[in-house]
Design a protein around this ligand. Structure first.
Ligand SMILES: [Zn+2]
Length: 421
């Protein structure tokens, strides 16, 4: 086990070093001493800088590196028999099979987090600092990571324990797991804004009086109660901006990052919120849940087949027992599900881009604020250092939103049909 961790650290350090060298080969960019003041003149063409392009390409590369790296970590845990040893350790700690399974999952999550730490540090801390996208200290970042680890330990232990029971007791466990995933997803979406999000940030009603009044008017035209709009102190973690819809039923709400409120002007906020209200009114969260449940039906079905085939072939080499539902096989189940969801990326991204486009249309119909919407997209691109015109393949494979260049063109050319006032 110690050898394994050492090897992973060496690999991780090498990855970071290579990335750092790749970074230093381009001349350092002078940093703006002060953020530019919002101009009254609207701009509809993002200023594409070399830094922005470099950042976008790096994000694209990291997306694929992440996939390969996490599958690599899981295979390493299997092939080194570290997984089998973790199972033995968990079984020595308790006599209950269910508890041993949960304990195994906790230890597995810890091992994976440790092995993936170098990449997480690079991606989550070093890169955002290199591109001046955050001012968060290492201590604050590590605290957030620790909280995230705590949350994922609790959730994984429960889900992993249940999955192992299903595999042990039911022959066609993929069907049970699929059915079981539905209430778990619903509970997850319901409690995320109430229980999980407040662990990391502070959520409060909008402070700006005038903006609140105008947003209430906009929301009531869309048919939303105003109490559903919150602001969050996201500036703690990032300089980039965003707004999003979250929760279902009693927990449904629209949340604006404080960074967005600081950087967009009044009309731009109203335009962006028109888009968010579109997600809310058009029930995009429910649609998204229905889409992923339907798609995962095939994922679970093929998942069980690949899982069993792999175990029959390599299980004994990994120290996985013949009995059904041996916890030591869980990394293999994770490999299978990671690969399946990776391969389904174009479908999920395409679905997401479709509903994002619908939300853009809804926002324009509601607000008629075409130009502020376009200029806010310009700010999004410049601010997050995101290439407005990424390679087509990258957009098709992994973009959850149409590229900002495409969105700008669309909103400038769109003529709302709806009339109001
Ligand atoms: Zn959206």
């Amino acid at each position: 086990m110690r050898k394994l961790i050492l090897a992973a650290l060496v690999v991780g350090v090498a990855v970071v070093a290579v990335a750092a060298v790749a970074q230093s080969s381009t001349p350092p960019q002078p940093r703006n001493p002060e953020p530019p003041k919002p101009t009254t003149q609207r701009r509809f063409e993002p200023r594409v800088t070399p830094e922005m392009i470099r950042h976008s390409r790096l994000q694209d590369v990291l997306y694929f590196v992440n996939f390969v790296y996490s599958v690599g970590v899981l295979l390493l845990l299997l092939r080194s028999r570290a997984s089998a040893r973790i199972r033995d350790l968990a079984e020595r700690m308790t006599r209950s099979k269910f508890l041993a399974g949960m304990l195994y999952v906790v230890l597995l999550v810890l091992a994976m987090t440790l092995l993936e730490l170098p990449l997480s540090v690079y991606e989550g801390f070093i890169v955002p600092h290199q591109f001046d996208l955050t001012e968060q200290s290492l201590g604050a970042w590590l605290l957030d990571e620790a909280k995230g680890l705590g949350v994922s330990i609790v959730i994984s232990a429960i889900v992993g324990g249940l999955v192992l029971v299903a595999i042990r007791r039911v022959r066609r466990w993929w069907l049970v797991a699929w059915l079981g995933s539905i209430p778990l997803i619903l509970i997850g979406v319901l409690i995320t804004p109430l229980v999980i999000d407040p662990i990391f940030n502070k959520f409060e009603p909008l402070r700006d009086e005038r903006l609140r009044r105008d947003l209430v008017a906009e929301a009531s035209r869309a048919g939303i109660e105003n109490s559903r709009v919150y602001q969050v102190n996201k500036s703690k973690q990032t300089k980039t901006m965003n707004a999003y819809v979250t929760g279902i039923g009693p927990s449904a709400r629209i949340v604006m990052w404080d960074t967005l409120l600081a950087k967009l002007d009044h009309d731009e906020v109203l335009a962006v919120m028109g888009h968010e209200m579109g997600h809310y009114i058009l029930k995009h969260l429910w649609l998204g849940i229905a889409f992923s449940v339907a798609l995962s039906f095939f994922g679970f079905w093929i998942g069980q087949r690949l899982y069993e085939r792999g175990l029959a072939r390599w299980g004994s080499r990994w120290g996985v027992r013949e009995e059904r539902g041996d916890a030591a096989a869980l990394p293999w189940l994770l490999v299978v599900s990671t690969v399946i969801s990776f391969l389904l990326s174009p479908a999920t991204s395409g679905f997401s881009r479709h509903i994002e486009h619908q939300a853009d249309i809804f926002g324009l119909e509601l607000t008629h604020l075409n130009e502020p919407m376009a200029s806010s997209f310009v700010k999004f691109a410049e601010d997050s250092k995101q290439d407005p015109n990424p390679p087509r393949f990258i957009e098709w494979w992994r973009y959850s939103h149409p590229s900002l260049g495409r969105r700008i063109d669309f909103v400038l050319g769109y003529k709302p049909v709806a009339h109001h006032e």
